[in-house]
Design a protein around this ligand. Structure first.
Ligand SMILES: NC(=O)c1ccc[n+]([C@@H]2O[C@H](COP(=O)([O-])OP(=O)(O)OC[C@H]3O[C@@H](n4cnc5c(N)ncnc54)[C@H](OP(=O)(O)O)[C@@H]3O)[C@@H](O)[C@H]2O)c1
Length: 330
């Protein structure tokens, strides 16, 4: 096979930097299935990993990209044949194993999920880790008692990838969705996705007492830090928060009061570590009842590998919104 292009991240003089390189199959991490990649996507974790702003990649060099969808071009595993349409999200893809920003991707067969029949590889990557994580949150919250009758559902980091899907999917399921966002200019778009109300993140009083008025029947939190602490103080009795992200900080300074006096639950969500048996059922739900009605409206950009450094910087500065899809062959 001839050479192909990949966005590979290296550490040189203590600086982490990614660039496009020409590689051969033997340069890739080991695996049973080789995928001719068609699309990937940009997640916050990709931006942290590829710029070195987060210590996500530990062994350099590593091709970045935690998502990929494409067609099997070689397989030593009986479950996958040449020509099968497949996707991979999470595990160590793009963090400890060469990832999705590459024309060819080689992975262990256990990481591979058959593409749901109703999806194209492009649609699968519009969803990518962000859509998958949203669906995983909903599964975890439902298992802990969430229903449309639980009360208003609040989503933080609402204009981001996970946030946009959360607003749109939950509104589609009939929830009264309240969006928290730092972007004043995006209020109309959030309403179009299904939010009934928008709270300006910068107007929330973050230093309140251990318990405030219980307002929310459920929450997906992409921000962490003081905003997650505020959420914990303002949940209704027995309501649950899915803790997803750290866009606003990794610390959490709260008290036990919401947990021991209101029975509030803080549920962890780790999409990269999602157990294999949960994965296909979650993708099947994304292709059915959890399919975002505004899937294509949530795409803000389709970029090629060359454009990745610009997108990473914008994302880490909180200036991107929705989903950014990577067309590997652009
Ligand atoms: N646990 C998991 O399995 C998992 C999976 C996927 C993602 N994540 C994490 O979840 C978060 C969201 O991921 P994503 O891919 O949706 O990222 P994203 O598209 O960059 O969205 C993050 C959103 O958070 C808000 N935000 C950005 N900077 C902020 C700041 N300094 N303070 C407060 N809010 C800020 C912004 O929304 P507004 O401007 O609307 O407020 C932004 O759009 C990230 O932290 C990511 O690492 C975790």
């Amino acid at each position: 096979m001839s050479k192909f292009k990949a966005f590979r991240v290296k550490q040189e003089d203590k600086q982490v930097k990614g660039r496009i390189e020409e590689l051969q199959i033997d340069d890739l991490s080991q695996g049973d299935v080789v995928i001719k990649a068609e699309y990937s996507s940009v997640n916050y974790k990709d931006a942290l990993a590829a710029t070195g702003k987060g210590k996500i990649i530990r062994d350099f060099p590593c091709i970045a990209g935690i998502d990929v969808a494409g067609t099997v071009s070689a397989s030593t595993d009986a479950r996958y044949q040449i020509g099968d349409k497949v996707l991979v999200t999470g595990f160590e893809l793009g963090t400890g194993h060469d990832g999705g920003y590459s024309e060819y991707v080689r992975v262990p067969a256990d990481w591979v999920v058959p593409l749901p029949e109703s999806f194209s590889t492009y649609e699968a990557m519009v969803l990518g880790t962000a859509g998958f994580t949203t669906a995983l949150c909903i599964k975890r919250l439902e298992e802990n008692g969430l229903t449309v009758n639980s009360g208003p559902f609040i989503v933080t980091g609402a204009t981001g990838g996970v946030g946009s899907f959360a607003v749109n999917i939950l509104a589609g399921l009939g929830y009264d969705v309240v969006a928290v966002s730092g972007k004043k200019e995006s209020h109309d778009e959030l309403k179009a996705l299904g939010a009934s109300r928008i709270i300006d993140r910068n107007e929330i009083k973050l230093d309140g007492p251990p318990l405030e008025k219980g307002e929310w029947g459920g929450a997906i939190d992409n921000v962490g830090g003081d905003l997650l602490a505020w959420l914990s103080r303002t949940m209704k009795p027995w309501a649950s928060i899915a803790s997803v992200g750290l866009a606003g900080g990794a610390h959490l300074n709260t008290t036990v009061m919401p947990f021991i006096l209101r029975g509030v639950s803080l549920i962890g969500v780790s999409s990269s570590n999602c157990p294999t048996p949960w994965r296909k059922p979650i993708w099947d739900r994304l292709a059915s009842d959890l399919m975002p009605k505004a899937l294509n409206d949530i795409v803000s950009e389709v970029v090629g590998l060359e454009e990745l450094p610009r997108v990473f910087d914008a994302m880490l500065a909180g200036k991107t919104k929705g989903r950014i899809v990577v067309d590997i062959n652009k």
